[in-house]
Design a protein around this ligand. Structure first.
Ligand SMILES: C[S@@+](CC[C@H](N)C(=O)[O-])C[C@H]1O[C@@H](n2cnc3c(N)ncnc32)[C@H](O)[C@@H]1O
Length: 224
């Protein structure tokens, strides 16, 4: 961990200039990602988000003067991200599968992503065959993560860092240690280095599948 950087951070709202209110709760915050990008990469370097959603990581990469590459499996969302990124130079967003990144081995300087969580009601009727949200068996889901992390690790240069944002979850009456299981899987491909905790100042609970009874998220950090 860099000296002077604490292991936790309380997040306020997003920077209004770059926020995407319609994706709130499912998308990351530009204001959350920018300090990580500054800390873990250099200007001009390549930031890769394999589960890029609405392209928030790439917005933050552009604002910080980094090149960005994002993959999103859902066609419509990838298109929304492309439209959002029109005014953010240096970014490439494609529709595809995180397990098959079309990037040269060793070309990535920083991986930064939010995982598609297991056990949500999101995209259950996905027609995109590679959609992780549609996986209904936890072992299959962890197997898919394993494949994705292996492919992502291949794209990273030696010494490159990866930061994976993920929460543990309560699904029906079970506690599912998704963050810890994902870290264990990531550790098969990269050297685990650290964890941070981001605290969200927002209400918890309710019917929204993305709202749990907790308002913190782990950032699992690893190095190639
Ligand atoms: C939590 S969202 C990411 C949001 C993103 N960080 C943002 O701030 O805009 C996870 C995304 O992963 C996508 N996804 C699921 N399976 C995928 C796969 N196999 N390859 C690429 N993306 C996938 C989902 O469609 C979803 O948009």
């Amino acid at each position: 961990m860099a000296v002077g950087v604490g292991s936790w951070l309380v997040l306020g709202g997003d920077d209004v200039e770059h926020a995407l209110p319609e994706a709130a709760g499912q998308a990351g915050l530009v204001s959350q990602l920018r300090p990580l990008i500054r800390e873990l990469s250099e200007p001009g370097e390549l930031v890769f988000d394999p589960f890029a959603g609405w392209g928030t990581t790439l917005v933050a990469a552009s604002v910080e003067g980094r090149r960005g590459f994002g993959i999103e499996v859902n066609e419509e969302r990838a298109e929304d991200a492309r439209k959002r990124l029109v005014s953010y130079p240096g970014q490439t967003m494609i529709c595809g599968d995180a397990r098959k990144p079309p990037l040269e081995a060793g070309s990535v300087d920083l991986v930064l992503c939010d995982l598609p969580y297991f056990g949500t009601n999101l995209n259950t009727d996905a027609t995109d065959g590679a959609q992780f949200y549609a996986l209904r068996d936890y072992d299959d889901y962890l197997g898919a993560l394993d494949e994705a992390f292996g492919a992502i690790a291949e794209t990273m240069r030696p010494g490159a860092r990866a930061v994976i944002a993920v929460q543990n979850r309560r699904i029906a009456d079970r506690f599912v240690p998704l963050a810890w299981d994902a870290a264990r899987v990531l550790g098969r491909h990269l050297t685990l280095g650290d964890e941070r905790i981001h605290l969200y100042d927002r209400p918890t609970g309710g019917d929204d599948p993305m709202l749990t009874n907790r308002s913190h998220e782990y950032l699992v950090m690893a190095t190639k």
